[in-house]
Design a protein around this ligand. Structure first.
Ligand SMILES: [Zn+2]
Ligand SMILES: [Zn+2]
Length: 221
């Protein structure tokens, strides 16, 4: 099989035994590419899963000062490999790339399916049209996880063109779709958690609409 990232062969010796054992599902990436992705370690911020800090991280402290709460969980560190993976996945629209982390996402989110409403962070209409798909619902579809696509996002300036300060006080881009049913316990799903600003904005909308327990999850932090 060809590695979905570097396009090299995932195994130099594809034995017949391997085929019989259906090992192929584990070989979407070659070992070299697989090794580039770093799981979030045991020592992480207890609130947002920032790697390395076993106590509340600086980002969370800022939110707490503003009276906000953070209940976030993530799987991988946002390192160079993850950065380039997400970029390729988002902008090449490569359908197969959504499969790479599907089983891990499923493992984390499956226990929430019954107790919580899973709400993906949406794209603006314009971005959706350019890209053709939402990378977050792409992950969830690949993982076979049920979700409620109840948020809308209006067009805003590119996050990356703003400074951290500007990002943190960004205007509310989210709204709840008309006729959407919101449950009391929800979990907001995104691809990357950077400062937490996106999750806080979505939280604000859901809280105002009556959600009582709001958790969040991202592939990378
Ligand atoms: Zn590779
Ligand atoms: Zn934190």
């Amino acid at each position: 099989m060809t590695c979905l990232i570097c396009r090299n062969n995932t195994s130099s010796k594809r034995s017949f035994t391997k085929l019989l054992l259906l090992k192929e599902s584990n070989s979407k990436l070659c070992q070299n590419c697989r090794n580039e992705f770093m799981k979030i370690e045991e020592a992480h911020c207890p609130n947002c899963y920032k790697n390395g800090a076993a106590t509340t991280c600086a980002d969370c402290q800022l939110w707490f000062q503003k009276g906000k709460t953070v209940h976030h969980q993530a799987l991988y560190q946002y390192n160079e490999a993850m950065k380039s993976y997400i970029k390729t996945y988002k902008f090449s629209g490569d359908y197969l790339l959504r499969e790479i982390f599907a089983s891990e996402i499923k493992r984390v989110l499956r226990p929430f399916e019954r107790s919580h409403q899973l709400i993906p962070i949406p794209l603006s209409q314009k971005n959706f049209e350019t890209r053709g798909f939402n990378q977050v619902t792409g992950f969830l579809d690949a993982a076979g996880i049920k979700y409620s696509d109840i948020l809308d996002k209006k067009e805003t300036e590119k996050q990356s063109s703003k400074t951290r300060k500007e990002r943190l006080k960004a205007a509310q881009p989210f709204s709840i779709k008309e006729s959407a049913a919101l449950e009391k316990k929800v979990i907001i799903i995104d691809d990357i958690y950077t400062t937490g600003a996106t999750i806080q904005l979505a939280t604000e909308i859901l809280e105002n609409a009556g959600a009582q327990e709001i958790l969040s999850f991202s592939l990378a932090r």
